[in-house]
Ligand binder design. Structure first.
Ligand code: HGA
Length: 605
């Protein structure tokens, strides 16, 4: 999603801003740009290529300045062209970058055109620049504060004005924006990672805040325009975080980091206790009679998996909803329900909105499983579990998913214990499995050479089916999503028992059918479903537990999982599916870490 960097300093800010844009590249973008206030006028450079290309342009033109804003754009309104790339100007006076969507842009555009403003892009963003210009009377802060009252939708903006060359104003509503505090210099950015290596002193703006920064000052105001002191946090984002090391892609690196990520997520785990989710967890969880999980994409599949655990281990009813549907649905609230949100970034716009919608419906008990401790999601939920996956750069989520599953399994155990459904023997057995999990994951990663051999075959197909049953059905969904996201092969997942109700019509000898075959209660049923596929010539690619007695034969390719991992099996079975998607994409030559049309940290609706 769009990334913002802005700087006001006594030094040339171009290197800081280009470095910041590079650090934001992982979010996915289709164009980028930079604007500087230099010697009493605004200069701009924009590109529909990569940040490296923008850097060449900027260096070629010898652009420099002490005040600047920069942006990576993931287009929502208007094609990814140079004219639509940010920063947007209003005349020669105002320059602005924006992350979000302005829903009333058409009305505002008509109004501004009537006043004589001429638009040079199709974006919703450009209206903000002209609106601020139309309200400007020598004080940029006042113009921005008055402009944002007219905006509907979501925005984080950074604005500069030619007439105030040592000042930058920012505002946020629904999209993330942080302030970086330096020595006689200040910065704005979409996230702290953009400023790693520049400053580690970060202020997280709250909903409705505006901020006025200059060399020595940083003033923050709330939505009512009152001065709003906000905590300065020291954020240790490892500056070398975006280094690939021996890997070809971040996705590959992140797949192989999973043993470490899971181990870190479980760090310090001494037993199953409510405090794992926060100090006030016990009374909240004691009063909980049901659970509503809200999430999007891969996190939604983590939620679907957790439903199986929670209902069987803790015997508590669970509903899982896609956040973007829930927020607009006329649902029936239940006061004793715990709302659980799952989000890697903690800034996912749809999930945040769904959480707030649930709160508006009177459901105030909330818990989040999140990878970013400083995110809006963590700030807004009463309880939290911070996964320690580390920064995830690849757009296709891998280590975030398995660490979310790890945290959700812990939550199932905690609720089971509170409800008297976890004996000390069971607790000890689960603790043993959890402690061994990183080793078990490493053993699955060792299957990579066998999976590479399959990827050649896969890369020649345009469609694939994924089958799973029970708790492995959400894993089949996640496997199909991974393949779609990065190889662009059309893939669908079904609970294997559903095949005969429709999708079997798709099966021919051209159709690869990936089957997740753990040795569980449904294995014999699954074997029958596999026969249904073979009878129609379908090619089965089976990830089977070692004790399933499924043998490789004509039309049935089998990779054996190192060990049957019982209730935690979904965490192991998703790993070969990640590797299959990765290696298939490699053969097809796609841009694995930045798949077309997709973005990381989905901060727009
Ligand atoms: N709506 C703006 C910004 C898009 C955005 O925030 N994407 O993440 C545009 O289309 O330029």
């Amino acid at each position: 999603m769009c990334g913002i960097v802005g700087a006001v300093a006594k030094r040339n800010v171009v290197p800081v801003m280009l470095e910041g844009l590079k650090r934001l590249e992982y979010r996915g973008y289709d164009s980028c740009g930079i604007a500087l206030c230099t010697e009493g006028h605004l200069e701009r450079s924009r590109s529909t290529s990569r940040v490296a290309e923008l850097e060449k342009q900027v260096n070629g033109r010898h652009l420099s300045g002490f005040l600047g804003i920069a942006h990576t754009r993931w287009a929502t309104h208007g094609a990814p062209t140079t004219d639509n790339a940010h920063p947007h100007f209003s005349g020669e006076r105002i320059a602005l970058v924006h992350n979000g969507i302005i829903e009333n842009h058409a009305v505002l555009r008509a109004e501004l055109e009537a006043k004589g403003y001429v638009f040079s892009s199709q974006t919703d963003t450009e209206v903000i620049a002209h609106l601020i210009d139309s309200l400007y009377q020598g004080d940029l802060l006042k113009a921005v504060q008055s402009a944002v009252t007219r905006l509907r939708g979501a925005f984080a903006i950074a604005v500069i004005c030619r007439d105030e060359p040592q000042r930058m104003v920012g505002a946020r509503q629904g999209s993330p924006l942080v302030v970086g505090i330096g020595e006689n210099e200040h910065f704005l950015a979409s996230d702290a990672l953009a400023l790693a290596g520049t400053t580690d002193r970060i202020v997280y703006l709250e909903e409705g805040d505006t901020v006025d920064i200059s060399l020595n000052d940083c003033h923050i105001y709330d939505a009512q325009g009152r001065p709003a002191p906000r905590e300065v946090r020291v954020v240790s984002v490892y500056a070398g975080v975006s280094e690939l090391g021996p890997y070809r892609h971040f996705m590959q690196k992140e797949i192989f980091e999973q043993p470490r990520a899971i181990s870190d997520t479980l760090q310090g785990l001494a037993g199953i206790s409510p405090e794992l989710f926060g100090d006030g967890a016990l009374p909240i969880l004691q009063q909980t009679d049901s659970i509503l999980i809200l999430a999007c994409g891969t996190s939604y599949y983590a939620g679907l998996t957790a439903k199986y655990w929670m209902e069987s281990i803790a015997r508590i009813p669970v509903e899982v909803e896609i956040a973007s549907e829930y927020r607009y649905r006329d649902s029936v609230p239940s006061p004793n329900r715990l709302v659980v949100t799952i989000s890697q970034s903690g800034e996912t716009a749809d999930t945040l909105a769904a959480l707030r919608h649930a709160r508006d419906l009177g459901m105030n008990r909330s818990l989040t499983i999140c990878n970013v401790a400083t995110s809006a999601m963590v700030r807004e939920c009463a309880l939290s579990y911070i996964t320690r996956a580390g920064v995830e750069i690849g757009v296709a989520s891998t280590k975030a998913f398995t660490t979310q599953l790890t945290a959700l399994f812990l939550l199932s155990l905690v609720i089971a214990k509170i409800r008297g459904r976890l004996t000390p023997e069971q607790e000890a057995a689960h603790m043993k499995s959890l402690r061994h999990l990183p080793v078990a994951v490493s053993a699955v990663l060792a299957l990579e050479p066998q999976i590479i051999a399959w990827a050649e075959d896969f890369s020649r197909h345009n469609d694939a089916l994924f089958l799973g049953r029970g708790i492995h059905y959400p894993i089949a969904l996640e496997g199909a999503l991974k393949l779609k996201e990065i190889s662009y092969i059309h893939a669908e997942a079904y609970p294997a028992g559903e095949l005969k109700h429709g999708p079997l019509a798709l099966v021919t000898d051209k159709m690869p059918v990936v089957t997740i075959a753990p040795n569980d209660d449904l294995l014999e049923k699954l074997k029958s479903n596999m026969q249904e596929v073979r009878a129609r010539g379908g090619q089965l690619y089976v990830f089977a537990d070692s004790d399933t007695r499924i043998m490789s034969q004509e039309g049935i390719h089998v990779i054996r999982m190192p060990e049957n991992y019982g209730q935690l099996s979904p965490i192991l079975h998703v790993i070969p599916l990640q590797l299959l998607a990765y290696h298939t994409a490699l053969v097809r030559g796609t841009d694995v870490d930045k798949p077309r049309n997709l973005a990381k940290s989905v901060t727009v609706e």
